[in-house]
Design a protein around this ligand. Sequence first.
Ligand SMILES: O=C(O)/C=C/c1cccc(O)c1O
Ligand SMILES: [Fe+2]
Length: 314
Amino acid sequence: MPLAVVTASHSPLMHTVAPRGDAQTAVDSAFAQARAFAAEFRPDLVVVIAPDHYNGMFYDLMPPFCVGTAAEAVGDYGTAQGPLAVDREAARHVVREVLAAGVDLAMSERMVVDHGFAQPLELLFGGIDAVPTVPVFINSVAVPFGPVCRTRLLGEALGRALLALERRVLLVGSGGLSHDPPLPTLDGAPPEVAARLIAGRHPTPGERAGREARVRDAGLAVVAGEPGPRLNPAWDRAFLDLLAEGRLKATDTWTNAWITAEAGNSAHEVRTWLACYAALAAAGPYDMRSSFYRPIPEWIAGFGITTAEPRRNS
Ligand SMILES: O=C(O)/C=C/c1cccc(O)c1O
Ligand SMILES: [Fe+2]
């Protein structure tokens, strides 16, 4: 059983905004289940596929896909700052093999990542440097995007490259599902915001705190009873069904405009899930072992967690 998958939504508000009802307990127990799944699988390599939110990748050079052969986390929203334990040889192998398969992707010897990578590494393994990692960035925030089928093809090529390693590889997809946090867009941005989106590296502590406070306030406003952000539980559940049933090619007909209209600007983060499942499918039929879903407006997220592994012979 060389490949397995865990996918999980992330939200920087998870540790600062208390959702109403039993959402926190439900998410905690779904993460405990995912942790147990990962521990039982005993990966010797973890491939984290995640987006960025204008902390590491900017419009001065925005790649659709990028593999880090070395990577450092910025430490946003209370996540850890510092280097990831990147398995450089495995990362270079992935770059070579995916390019050879005809899928263009960038490589970075100094990839900078944010909570999109750090949060699942912390929640599943206890730290950003706890396991040998290959970080794979998929642009899911900075429009324009390529067609969704490019992400599926990236996942397939990645899966084949990982199978060739003959190691126990856990793919972790981070992000999604339907959600629309208050992130700026380049089109129509005032000059100072545009400058930040084009090359906003190394913000001052005050700038970072201001940005995080704006997002936290959006979550706190929901707790206070203001109308929640746009989530689409029906869309989210349909996506989870599609993954569970292995109908990955059905996403080839999805347009980017449709994803945005149905599920919000940041719903493109589901590309990370699609890439994970396409990679797993490269090993043959698979079974989703667990699937958790809750719309959690306080965290500005349709929040999902899944685990999957190759089908066992019956
Ligand atoms: O402010 C950010 O960088 C991102 C916030 C956010 C909020 C909710 C769900 C997500 O996936 C996010 O990245
Ligand atoms: Fe995100």
